[in-house]
Design a protein around this ligand. Structure first.
Ligand code: ZN
Ligand code: ZN
Length: 289
C-alpha cells in the first residue's frame, strides 16, 4: 500500500529541474520558485555532508510506541551536528530575508541566535519534542530572543528539515505504518503539510516536519478528525493533477498530488509551489492552510 520512496540519488537534481520548468510554464510563480530553489540547494548541501543515520531501536519499543499512537523518532536519534545546524539555521534566514519572506527585525534577532548555541540548542530540542515527545517538555524558559514566534518556527522547521528527512528515509524502510490510523506523523508527531494519492487511490499524508508518510483515510479531516462527509468539501485543479481537501469544521485544508494523473512521483518542493494558486482560492473561501 505504501508508495515506494523514489528519492533521487544524491547530487541528482530532478526537483530543481522540475522547479525551473515550473517557472517557465508559470512565470507568475517565479519568486516562489526561486525561493524554493535556494532553500533546496541549501538543504541538499547540508545533507551531502552528514552520514546516513544509523537508528537502532528495539522492535519491542517500536511496537509499543506504535500501539500507543506515539511517534517513533527521538531527538537523540537525529544525527545533528550543532555546528552544521547553526550554519543552516543562519543561512536559511539569509535566504528568506533575500526573498523578503522574513522581516528585518526578525532577521536580526535570528542572526544573533545563530551565534549563541546556548540559546539555539535548547530551542531546537524543544521545537522537536513539542510534537514528537510532549512528555519530555520541560518548563519553558523565557526566550532570549526578540524574534517573533512565527518567524522562528519557520526558520527552525526549514533548518531541521534536511536532518529529519534523512531520519524519515531510514526509519520508513524498517517500520511498517500500514496500521497507523492517527492524523499525526508516526515518526515525529508533525502535522501533514501535503498529501499524495497513490496509484491505488490511497491518500498518504506527508509530514511538514520530517516528510515522513502515512495513510490517512479520505473520509476524515487530518486536523480535527471530523468525518462528516457533508462537511469535507474537496476541489480539483483544472488539470486534475491536484486536489484540495477542506474541512468545514476546523476550516483547515490539505492539498494532494494525484499520482494517477501525473507522470512523476510527488515532489514536496515542486508541488507545494505549483499549488499556490489553489491556496489562494482556498483562502479566499475562508480556509486556512
Ligand atoms: Zn514527521
Ligand atoms: Zn477539520
Amino acid at each position: 500500500m505504501a508508495e515506494p520512496r523514489t528519492r533521487p540519488p544524491r547530487g541528482e537534481s530532478r526537483e530543481l529541474t522540475e522547479l525551473r520548468q515550473l517557472r517557465t510554464r508559470q512565470p507568475e510563480l517565479a519568486d516562489a520558485v526561486d525561493l524554493h530553489i535556494a532553500l533546496l540547494e541549501l538543504q541538499r548541501r547540508v545533507q551531502a555532508r552528514f552520514p546516513m543515520p544509523w537508528i537502532e531501536v528495539a522492535p519491542e519499543w517500536l511496537k509499543q510506541q506504535h500501539a500507543a499512537g506515539l511517534p517513533l523518532l527521538r531527538f537523540e536519534d537525529i544525527p545533528l551536528d550543532w555546528t552544521d545546524f547553526r550554519l543552516i539555521f543562519r543561512q536559511t534566514a539569509d535566504v528568506l530575508r533575500r526573498f523578503d519572506a522574513l522581516d528585518a527585525a526578525d532577521y536580526q534577532a535570528i542572526q544573533a541566535m545563530s551565534r549563541d548555541g546556548h540559546a539555539l540548542e535548547p530551542l531546537a530540542v524543544r521545537w522537536f519534542n513539542a510534537t514528537a515527545a510532549p512528555e519530555r517538555l520541560k518548563k519553558p524558559r523565557a526566550l532570549q530572543t526578540t524574534a517573533s514566534p512565527g518567524a522562528l518556527e519557520q526558520v527552525l522547521a526549514l533548518a531541521m528539515r534536511p536532518f529529519l528527512e534523512r531520519c524519515a528515509d531510514v526509519v520508513q524502510q524498517r517500520a511498517d505504518f500500514t496500521t497507523w490510523t492517527h492524523p499525526h506523523c508516526p515518526l515525529c508527531g508533525g502535522e501533514p503539510e501535503f498529501a499524495v494519492l497513490t496509484s491505488t487511490g490511497d491518500r498518504m499524508m506527508i509530514c511538514g516536519r520530517c516528510t515522513g508518510r502515512w495513510r490517512f483515510d479520505e473520509t476524515a479531516c487530518p486536523f480535527c478528525k471530523n468525518d462528516d462527509r457533508s462537511l469535507l468539501p474537496s476541489f480539483t485543479s483544472r488539470d486534475g493533477l491536484y486536489r484540495l481537501y477542506a474541512c468545514d469544521v476546523c476550516r483547515r485544508y490539505v492539498k494532494a498530488y494525484d499520482t494517477r494523473k501525473g507522470t512523476r512521483p510527488v515532489m514536496l518542493a515542486v508541488d507545494s509551489v505549483a499549488t499556490l494558486p489553489l491556496d489562494a482560492a482556498a483562502i479566499q473561501r475562508g480556509y486556512k492552510g
